[in-house]
Ligand binder design. Sequence first.
Ligand code: NAP
Length: 241
Amino acid sequence: MSQKRTFLITGASKGIGFALSQRLAASGHQVIGIARSAPAQPFPGHFVALDLADSAGFKQALEDITAQFPLDGVINNVGLVRPQYLADVTLDALDEVLKVNLQPALLATQAALPGMQSRGFGRVVNISSLTVLGVPQRTSYAAAKAALVSFTRSWALELATQGITVNAVAPGPTETELFRASNPPGSLGEQRYLSSVPMKRFGQPDEIAATIAFLLSEEAGFMTGQTLYVDGGASIGVAQI
Ligand code: NAP
């Protein structure tokens, strides 16, 4: 039986973050979740309402959270997509996307670090994306998600001897609010994504959550610095001839 742990999840009220919160809580772990507004269903843990684009507010919240909870791990899940063609990308749009995808990941991981180091155990999972392999209209988003892979590899090396693993999960198209906002049913986007997935279906949030939960487990202790594509085969499908 694995030990009960305490995990912080950003973007925890919907989609992948909420599915993960439910899955971890069902396994007996304590979950602290953050999002701007409370989930439609009761949150299975401690919920903090906060806009993660507000770095100062998040830093304060992290002080409160780490004073109250011994964090064993952080899942940097919050993400922001602004679909734009290259010619339309403004510096403000680039900043906005990088800010939400990267800054909370850095701040949350830094806040949890001293506790994880003192206990000699820690798990960090950064949520990247299949789009790092190349997708139109994702200049800012894919750049941010590629930087998360880079964070993962750097942090994994820095923390490798301290019992702290750092990995990334790169989901393919997954049936969530975020995905549907850019790809409504019947849209060209939906068709494009569906045709690119060898399994010919979208992922379900709990299928992504299951992989994240594995990376958080004791059993995944020898795995660090990796990026796992959970994408119905889409990342290998691009090499078809
Ligand atoms: P989702 O269903 O839209 O959920 C996003 C979560 O983040 C919600 O809880 C949302 O709650 C919260 N959130 C968004 N902006 C926030 C902000 N500024 N401050 C605080 N909380 C914020 O998204 P998802 O599809 O599960 O995505 C989760 C992660 O997977 C993201 O990093 C995304 O880029 C990545 N991903 C998703 C897919 C996909 O196809 N779905 C594919 C690849 C990667 P509030 O709106 O209440 O704040």
